[in-house]
Write a protein that binds this ligand. Structure first.
Ligand SMILES: [Zn+2]
Ligand SMILES: [Zn+2]
Length: 523
């Protein structure tokens, strides 16, 4: 068995990994995003025959993980695309939108080309190509080991990153001598709004772990919430707008959740909040339907009759006319629009109208990839070009990391620390080089695990794992005696130390319970 890194290696987009054994499979088939150079890769040859791929396993619906599926299908892929139910629902919405963007961008470029006497540009794929993926999408249950072929089984576990997002456990090879590979997918934060925490995984032979924030830690959520409130007050005082570029899935719903709570608690003054994105409006509907994915706090809100994603000030802006009308209105308002990295869509118009206005606020809540308009603003450029026009950056820019849907360095390290195999081979992916390398060094230093950062196109051979002799269980009586002895000795310690050891013991027990669950599941 071998795995080829065909995307999101030393970069954060284009997630795509080819697994080759008796058959060929893909984990993700994402779009490269973030500037012309990297986006050229979307039109490069695949590195395999799409018709040969038996199945695709989709970690989640973000376009950098699913956005090349329509091209894959158009180029001959006929297998199944396995994903969780919310991922399937969100993927449909996002692929249709992406197909539309591809068509519009190709048409704009073609018009330019024609004026220069050059030939037309065909879109990477069309809305019809996106629709052609739908019959291949197959819902897979969570937390179950599902046999796909004789040589491959897979289990989707909660990644807590966006609705439906999954960690993949994949057993390659025959059942008795399988090599277990884990793909973290994108990992969410602990105690993230709306979603349950990422599932710790204990067993694997090889691990592919994301490292988007492998070199830094987020501010706390409270600090981020305070900063958002500060931005809103800042612009409210000067009667200007707060512009928030947001990914349509998850970030938007988190913002609605937080802003709604702030209105209900009186922490911000009443003002219109425009959700200026048909895509985000549709995605929010999926969130509303999939309550089974909510964490306790969100479930409690629903129980108390509160819609976590709505409040009286919310104005949904679907049509282009609705969107244009926002810029004609004066006075304070909050505008949430896509795209999340300011590369396309309605946000560019809002930036053009507000970025130069002192008193306005630009609130950056998501990751801004190198080469994007969002990144140049975050990096402090004094002026930027939008639709060919030079626009001064006079608005106050707030960069708020605590809303990120990605785990930060300490959480990533904590998640990797749960693996128990001291020979675990750790491949650090889905990060810019600086971030991936910093995290690889940390995994080596702190956890003593062999780690490396693959390049795009690197092939990783999964060596067969020698069957190890299973440890013999001591029997329940011996275990009970040991436990009693431990408790007796624990009782002799000072209370503070007792509490500390007891807390550690509880964590150990939780891990043992998780191991038991895994053992039961895997037989
Ligand atoms: Zn993602
Ligand atoms: Zn990603």
């Amino acid at each position: 068995m071998k795995i080829t890194c065909l995307g999101a290696a030393r970069c954060v987009t284009g997630s795509c990994y080819l697994i080759e054994g008796a058959k060929k499979y893909l984990v993700d088939c994402g779009l490269f995003q973030g500037g012309k150079e990297i986006e050229k890769l979307n039109r490069e040859p695949w590195g395999f025959q799409p018709g040969e791929i038996a199945a695709v396993f989709l970690t989640h619906a973000h376009i950098d993980h699913c956005g090349r599926l329509p091209k894959l299908v158009r180029d001959g892929f006929r297998g199944k695309i396995y994903a969780t139910r919310p991922t399937v629902e969100l993927t449909k919405i996002l692929l249709l939108d992406s197909g539309h963007i591809q068509e519009v961008e190709a048409e704009l470029q073609s018009r330019k080309n024609r004026r220069r006497g050059r030939s037309d540009l065909t879109p990477l794929y069309t809305v019809a190509d996106a629709e052609a993926c739908f019959p291949l999408l197959e819902i897979i249950p969570k937390d179950k080991t599902v046999p796909i072929e004789d040589d491959l089984r897979v289990s989707f576990r909660n990644a807590g990153h966006i609705l439906g997002s999954s960690i993949l456990e994949i057993w390659c090879g025959p059942e008795t001598a399988a090599h277990k590979v884990v793909f973290s997918g994108d990992l969410g934060r602990k105690d993230q709004l709306i979603l349950k925490d990422p599932q710790p995984i204990l067993a694997a032979d090889s691990l592919f772990v994301e490292s988007t924030y492998g070199d830094r830690n987020h501010k706390t959520f409270e600090a981020s919430e305070n900063e958002l409130i500060e931005a809103i007050h800042h612009s409210y005082r000067s009667g200007e707008k707060v512009i928030i570029p947001a990914f349509a899935v998850e970030r938007t719903q988190e913002l609605l959740y937080v802003i709604g709570e702030c209105f209900r608690n009186g922490r911000i003054p009443s003002m219109p909040v425009y959700l200026d994105s048909p895509l985000a409006i549709d995605a929010t509907e999926v969130f509303r339907r999939r309550r089974d994915e909510y964490d306790e706090a969100a479930t409690e809100m629903v129980r108390n009759g509160i819609d976590p994603f709505s409040f009286p000030e919310l104005v949904l802006s679907r049509t282009t006319e609705d969107s244009i009308a926002i810029n004609q209105k004066t006075g304070s308002a909050i505008v949430i629009a896509g795209s999340g990295m300011c590369t396309a869509g309605r946000i560019k118009h809002h930036l053009k109208h507000n970025l130069w206005r002192p008193g306005a606020s630009l609130v950056i809540v998501g990751f801004q990839a190198a080469g994007t308009l969002g990144r140049s603003i975050v990096d402090g450029q004094r002026a930027v070009k939008i639709y060919g026009e030079k626009i001064m950056v006079r608005a106050k820019v707030f960069t708020i990391g605590g809303f990120s849907a990605h785990a930060d360095q300490s959480l990533l390290l904590n998640w990797v620390s749960h693996f128990e195999n001291p020979k675990l081979r750790v491949h650090i992916i889905h990060g810019e080089p600086r971030s991936s390398e910093a995290f690889a060094a940390l995994v080596k230093d702190r956890l003593g695990l062999p780690s490396h950062v693959p390049n795009l196109g690197d092939v990783i051979t999964l060596r067969p794992i020698e069957a190890e002799a299973a440890p013999v269980a001591p029997g329940p009586e011996v275990a009970a005696q040991r436990f009693d002895r431990f408790m007796t000795r624990l009782a002799t310690l000072p209370p503070a130390l007792q509490a500390k050891l007891w807390a550690q013991m509880e964590a150990d027990l939780a891990r043992s319970e998780a191991r038991l669950e895994t053992a039961l599941r895997e037989g």
